[in-house]
Design a protein around this ligand. Structure first.
Ligand code: DHK
Length: 148
């Protein structure tokens, strides 16, 4: 699996902890790696503040051998048609994850541009959103394989 985090998520732990919690991105990555291991899967974690790099990683994910994508694009969630296009074209299932619950915040956060390109979405549970999203992604991939 490939876990991608977008703009400003490198600041987790310091950035508005009352909204995003006190866990750092390294803490989140460690949790996700542990959950993946327990489920007999592997996860590679990457973060960028640059939309183009996120797109490059999505576009090369299948060729790099990944089976699925877990993504928190930060504020690009609400603006990026380019990320929507690349997720649509990736050929891999993707799950959208968020630490906070964007639907319960400012109105501009209520629209996800990437949601229609994703299999599902987990939001509002802090770092646990990532753990739940990863579990969902692995279960979905195994169900697909069993019926293929
Ligand atoms: C993270 C961000 O950086 C925001 O721009 C999104 C998301 C919500 C989160 O909750 O993980 O609106």
């Amino acid at each position: 699996m490939l876990l991608l985090s977008g703009p400003n998520l490198d600041r987790l732990g310091k950035r508005e902890p009352e909204i995003y919690g006190s866990a750092t991105l390294s803490d989140v990555h460690a949790l996700v790696v542990e959950i993946a291991k327990a489920l007999d899967a592997e996860v590679v974690c990457r973060q960028s503040n640059h939309e183009g790099l996120l797109i490059d990683w999505i576009n090369s994910a299948e060729d790099e051998g990944f089976d699925g994508i877990l993504i928190n694009p930060g504020a690009l969630t609400h603006t990026s048609f380019a990320l929507y296009d690349s997720l649509r074209g990736a050929g891999l299932p993707a799950i959208e994850v968020h630490l906070s619950n964007p639907d319960a915040r400012e109105p501009f956060r209520r629209r996800s541009r990437i949601a229609p390109a994703c299999l599902g979405r987990v939001a509002g549970f802090g770092a646990e959103s990532y753990a739940l999203g990863l579990r969902g992604l692995i279960v979905a991939l195994r169900a697909r394989r069993a019926t293929a």
